[in-house]
Design a binder for this molecule. Structure first.
Ligand code: AFP
Length: 344
């Protein structure tokens, strides 16, 4: 009798994972599953282009005419268009909105309208491209709130609590896709040899003992007293705890991802002593809310310094908010410092 084959490690592709999740919802039509799969496909495409970014010198720099006579597009425009075009005709979406555009992105009239809404930041941290450092894509999916017909601005302006799925792709030393549909946060790594995202980080939980704080400390002089004291507390200069190490990539996805896996806090506060960024820099609907949903699913928390990011009702597409995200205890401590020093 032949010997039984040795047990192989279970390989779970992103498609299988999404389908398995769908099985828990007998009422599901499969539209969300297909939508996520298309976003993952856009991620693969963007990843393949980012690895060629440094070749601009010889292949033609952005906005030049390349040897085929086409204009070489900037990577952030390319990412933006790829996501839109892969999703505009599928009948799954009612409307989209992208960080790259002022207003909502209607579904072209010749295509059917669907029940979901997609908001995305196509290339977060795009100034890192020139330095071969980490960049990413962030997205959020909601159900439309309007009845039917073309989706509306109000469909896009929903509090994070209503989100159905949040995720990001990170283009670093490998490409990863991390998402949640409210049943844990799961990470997949792109196996470039077969072109598939494979499950490598199931059910991510932020380690309870944090390692890092991530912030642009070059702006410290602009911050409120509360934020300055909080930063000193994180460093171990105030209070009696050991300080954390600092790490800052300057691409939210990269900083968030590191702290998600290693424990820590990312924050981008408002400027108090400088009028230029009274609400911080980061965008509520494109960046903060989706990462807040993922953090919450990984046992973490995100706040604007006073309230849960997921409770904020957006009033405009490009609204900015101060942002604190990571280990729950560290974010709550930021809120405490703000309450203590900044409430007058
Ligand atoms: P860019 O897309 O212009 O590089 O901005 C990236 C970003 O929105 C976010 O990803 C970073 O966390 C943050 O800005 C960095 O901003 P500072 O350069 O002000 O630290």
């Amino acid at each position: 009798m032949s010997k039984p084959l040795p047990e192989q490690p279970k390989i779970i592709t992103i498609e299988r994972h999404i389908l398995d999740e769908q099985r828990g919802h007998p009422e599901a039509t499969g539209a969300l599953t297909s939508l996520l799969y298309d976003i993952a496909l856009a991620g693969k495409f963007i990843a393949s282009r980012t690895t060629r970014a440094g070749l601009a010198e010889i292949l033609g720099s952005t906005e030049d005419i390349n040897i085929q006579g086409e204009t070489v597009m900037k990577l952030d425009q390319l990412a933006d268009q790829s996501i839109f075009r892969l999703n505009d005709h599928t009948g799954r979406l009612a409307v989209m909105a992208s960080e790259e555009h002022e207003g909502i992105l209607p579904i072209p009239a010749q295509f059917p309208s669907g029940k979901y809404v997609l908001l995305y930041d196509p290339l977060d941290g795009s100034s890192n491209i020139d330095y071969n450092a980490t960049i990413g894509t962030i997205f959020a999916i909601y159900r439309r709130t309007s009845e039917d017909g073309p989706g509306t601005l109000d469909d896009c302006l929903q509090p994070g609590r209503n989100m159905v799925v949040a995720g990001y792709m990170i283009y670093g030393s490998s490409t990863m896709f991390v998402y949640t549909s409210g049943h844990g946060a799961h990470g997949f790594t792109l196996d470039t040899s077969i072109g598939e995202f494979l499950l490598t980080h199931p059910n991510i939980q932020i380690p309870t003992r944090p390692k890092y704080y991530s912030t642009n400390q070059g702006y410290e002089r602009y911050w409120s007293n509360g934020i300055q004291h909080y930063t000193h507390w994180l460093q171990g200069k105030e209070g009696d705890q050991k300080g954390l190490s600092a790490r800052y990539i300057g691409a939210l996805v990269g900083d968030f991802h590191r702290n998600l896996l290693s424990g820590g806090i990312f924050y981008y506060p408002a400027d108090t002593h400088e009028p230029s960024k009274p609400h911080g820099k980061l965008r509520l609907v494109y960046e903060c809310a989706p990462l807040a949903f993922i953090a919450a699913q990984a046992g973490g928390y995100a706040s604007d310094g006073r309230q849960d990011i997921l409770d904020i009702q957006p009033v405009s597409l490009h609204q900015r908010t101060p942002f604190f995200v990571g280990n729950t205890s560290l974010v709550q401590m930021a809120e405490e410092f703000i309450r203590k020093f900044d409430s007058q």
